[in-house]
Design a protein around this ligand. Structure first.
Ligand code: AMP
Length: 420
């Protein structure tokens, strides 16, 4: 497999798929430029080598070309951060981008307009009437898949090589994230630095595991995490279950959970998962106490109680102090750690303690040599909120992509490069 470090971009045009899907305010100002910064090492390496850049990205979920989702709003910031005056092609298809790409000199950069202005990027039909028949839907799907080939080929024609640095969309088999790779031979396609880091981090928790391996699964619902939990049961030594999903397990085991979050249709599933864990010799670590509240609000009255003895009218919004110690002990004795999902309603200041304690224990374990990966949504917000991001080994930039990777799925954007 080709790697970006070994590749010399001198005199080459590189099509780089990045994830510049940044949040914009109502005046189109970027409110968080982390995604642009995350791609800089890759973009700068290509420029430094004497290559030129054709940068492709999506922004938002447009249904066609719209001002709101135009990437022209971000050219200024991209130019500033990259240190190069970035040119813009107001369409990603047609004569304009082709001519601008052809005219690029070493060290120059061109940003293409939002790839998702075309349905061909995602390969999904648009504008179907609500009452479209199954035949009409199938015909529209076939048509867009057909035109997707020309779209992908046109994107590939702008460049000599392809670099994928968009981990956030690696779980999508889109034109620019996966299909385009077919138009480059093995030596001319590679991951960017960000993708490389993400792929390596995932491999450390999925394949190349240093034991004991502990996963902390929090968040709100069991139903949204079943596939992850099932896959993790084949990998981990300890599985800590936290957050709102705790109470479905507690109730399934016969405990009193008051008004805590519970998925009553998942009680049997919770017991099944516990059985599976036993059969796989996985140590499931459940909360023993909770911080309960008399309403779903930061200023609720609170008390600490045993997890299986929550009075009616009260709900568990975070783990209690005994559980914090229990979880921290397991975490500190681990050599590989994966954290997905807060232990409580961390958006309320009074229910952050459990998530904070988990974060601190992970940082300590990391200091002692453990590899720790945090990702997949709200746990990233947690480590950032608590200022702990620098103390963990890796904070993933990919929400859905990371979750699919830990569900054990093959990500099309990764496979397109790795399995070439
Ligand atoms: P998820 O997106 O599944 O990772 O869930 C994250 C959400 O779970 C956050 O918004 C938390 O507020 C919520 N959450 C965590 N613990 C609880 C709890 N005990 N009760 C209700 N919601 C919770």
């Amino acid at each position: 497999m080709q790697t970006i470090d070994k590749f010399n971009f001198a005199g080459k045009k590189a099509f780089v798929r990045v994830d510049f899907n940044v949040p914009l305010d109502e005046n189109f100002n970027i409110t968080d430029d982390n995604r642009i910064r995350a791609a800089l090492p890759t973009l700068k390496k290509i420029i430094a080598d004497g290559g030129s850049l054709i940068i492709g990205s999506h922004l938002g979920r447009p249904k066609g070309a719209t001002e709101k989702f135009s990437l022209k709003h971000i050219i200024g910031r991209v130019s500033e951060l990259l240190g190069v005056e970035v040119q813009f092609a107001s369409d990603c298809m047609g004569d304009e981008p082709a001519a601008k790409a052809a005219a690029l000199k070493p060290g120059e950069a061109l940003l293409l307009e939002n790839l998702r202005f075309y349905a061909e990027e995602e390969g999904k039909p648009r504008g179907l009437a609500d009452d479209a028949t199954d035949e009409e839907k199938a015909a529209a799907k076939k048509a867009v898949k057909e035109s997707q080939k020309n779209f992908t080929k046109a994107l590939a024609s702008y460049a000599d090589c392809y670099v994928n640095d968009a981990f956030g969309t690696a779980h999508r088999a889109h034109a620019s994230t996966a299909l385009i790779a077919n138009y480059f031979d093995t030596d001319n396609k590679m991951f960017g630095y960000l993708m490389e880091k993400e792929v390596k981090a995932v491999e450390k928790v999925m394949k190349d595991i240093n034991r004991p391996f502990t996963a902390i699964m929090g968040g709100s619902k069991v139903s949204s995490k079943i596939e992850i939990i099932e896959n993790l049961l084949t990998k981990v030594d300890n599985l800590i279950i936290a957050g709102g999903m705790t109470y479905t397990f507690t109730k399934a085991l016969g405990g009193k959970i008051g008004n805590s979050l519970c998925e009553d249709d998942k009680l049997d599933l919770a017991l099944e998962l516990l059985e599976k864990a036993k059969a796989s010799n996985v140590n499931i670590v459940l909360a023993v106490d909770a911080k309960i509240a008399d309403k779903f609000a930061n200023d609720a009255n609170t008390q600490f109680v045993d997890i299986d003895n929550i009075p009616d009218g009260w709900s568990g919004l975070d783990i209690g102090p005994k559980t914090e110690v229990l979880f921290a002990d397991v975490i500190k004795n681990s050599k590989t750690i994966l954290w997905n999902g807060p232990t409580g309603v961390f958006e309320f200041e009074n229910f952050t303690s459990g998530s904070h304690a988990v974060g601190v224990a992970i940082v300590e374990a990391t200091k002692n040599g453990a590899f720790s990966l945090v990702g997949g949504g709200d746990s990233v917000a947690c480590v950032n909120k608590f200022g702990l991001a620098d103390g963990v080994s890796y904070v993933s930039t990919g929400g859905g992509a990371l979750l699919e990777a830990i569900e054990g799925k093959v990500l099309p954007g990764i496979a397109a490069i790795q399995e070439a």
